[in-house]
Ligand binder design. Structure first.
Ligand code: OAD
Length: 233
C-alpha cells in the first residue's frame, strides 16, 4: 500500500474565491509582507496586522470548499491510515470539505494564540487589541494562531516522520517559494517516493517532480483522486 503525503497551498482554495499570494494581483502585491506577516510588523503596528487577518477571516467564512477540497477529503476518509494531508493554508476549507486530521503547518485563521501564555482557542470573529486571553487575562496579547515569517511552522517533526515513510508525495496549488514546505519534495525524493505536482503552471520546484498535472485544482484533483482510488495503490 502507498503511503501518501499531500501538501496543499493557496491554489487549492483559489477557486473558492480566496486569493493566492504570488499570482498577478495576489495578496503580496497588495500588502507588504514585512508589515502584516512578521512578528516585527505586529510589534510595530498590531492593529494593522489584526485588520489584515480580520479581513481574511471574513473572506474565509464567506467562502465554500470546492471540488478539490471535497475530493481530497474523500481520499483521506477512504484511506485514513495511508494518507496525510498537510496544508500551508490557514483557511478551514479542507475541514469544511469533510477532511479530518488536517495538519495546518502555518496555523489556523479561526484560532487565537495568546502571545503571553501560549494558550490557543477557537476565534470565529474579528480580533482587536482590547481582547483578553481567557486563560491568563493578559490584554493586548491576543493574536491570530498563524505562523509568520521568521517563526517556526507547526508540527515539523510529525511532518518529517510522514515524509520519511512516504511512497508518494503530491504538492497541490503551491508555488514552491516558501521553505520549509518547498523542501518537502526533496525530502520525499530522498526516500525514493514518487513525486507529483498538481498546479496551474510549473512551480519554482517543478524540476524535482516526476509527474506534472497542470490545470485548475477543482478539475485535476478529483481526476487524480479517482485514479488513486481505482488503482488500489
Ligand atoms: P502562492 O500564492 O505562492 O502559490 C499559489 C500557487 O497556486 C501558484 O503556483 C499558482 O500558479 C497556483 N494556482 C493558482 N490558482 C490555482 C488553481 N485554481 N488550481 C491549481 N493551482 C493554482 O501560495 P503558496 O504556495 O500557498 O505563508 O504560498 C506559501 C506560503 O506563502 C503561504 O502559506 C503564506 C505565503 O506567504 C505565510 O503567510 C507564512
Amino acid at each position: 500500500m502507498e503511503r501518501i503525503v499531500i501538501l496543499t497551498g493557496a491554489g487549492v482554495s483559489a477557486e473558492s474565491g480566496l486569493g493566492t499570494f504570488r499570482d498577478a494581483g495576489g495578496i503580496w502585491s497588495r500588502y507588504d509582507l514585512a508589515e502584516v506577516a512578521t512578528p516585527e510588523g505586529y510589534a510595530r503596528n498590531p492593529s494593522l496586522v489584526l485588520d489584515f487577518y480580520n479581513a481574511r477571516r471574513r473572506n474565509c467564512r464567506a467562502a465554500a470548499p470546492n471540488a478539490a477540497h471535497k475530493a481530497l477529503a474523500d481520499l483521506v476518509s477512504e484511506r485514513p491510515e495511508d494518507v496525510a494531508l498537510v496544508t500551508q493554508n490557514i483557511d478551514d476549507l479542507h475541514e469544511r470539505g469533510g477532511a479530518a486530521r488536517v495538519i495546518h503547518m502555518h496555523g489556523e485563521l479561526l484560532r487565537a494564540l495568546c502571545a503571553h501564555c501560549g494558550h490557543r482557542w477557537q476565534w470565529p470573529g474579528d480580533m482587536t487589541m482590547a481582547d483578553r486571553c481567557p486563560q491568563c487575562s493578559a490584554a493586548g496579547s491576543v493574536r491570530p494562531d498563524v505562523v509568520w515569517f521568521g517563526e517556526i511552522p507547526y508540527r515539523m517533526e510529525e511532518i518529517g516522520d510522514l515524509l520519511a515513510q512516504a511512497t508518494l508525495f503530491v504538492a497541490i496549488g503551491t508555488s514552491g517559494a516558501v521553505y520549509p514546505a518547498a523542501g518537502f519534495v526533496a525530502e520525499a525524493r530522498a526516500v525514493g517516493a514518487e513525486t507529483v505536482e498538481i498546479n496551474l503552471e510549473p512551480s519554482d520546484t517543478a524540476g524535482q517532480f516526476d509527474r506534472h498535472l497542470h490545470g485548475p485544482a477543482s478539475e485535476v484533483v478529483p481526476r487524480w483522486v479517482a485514479e488513486v482510488l481505482s488503482s488500489g495503490r
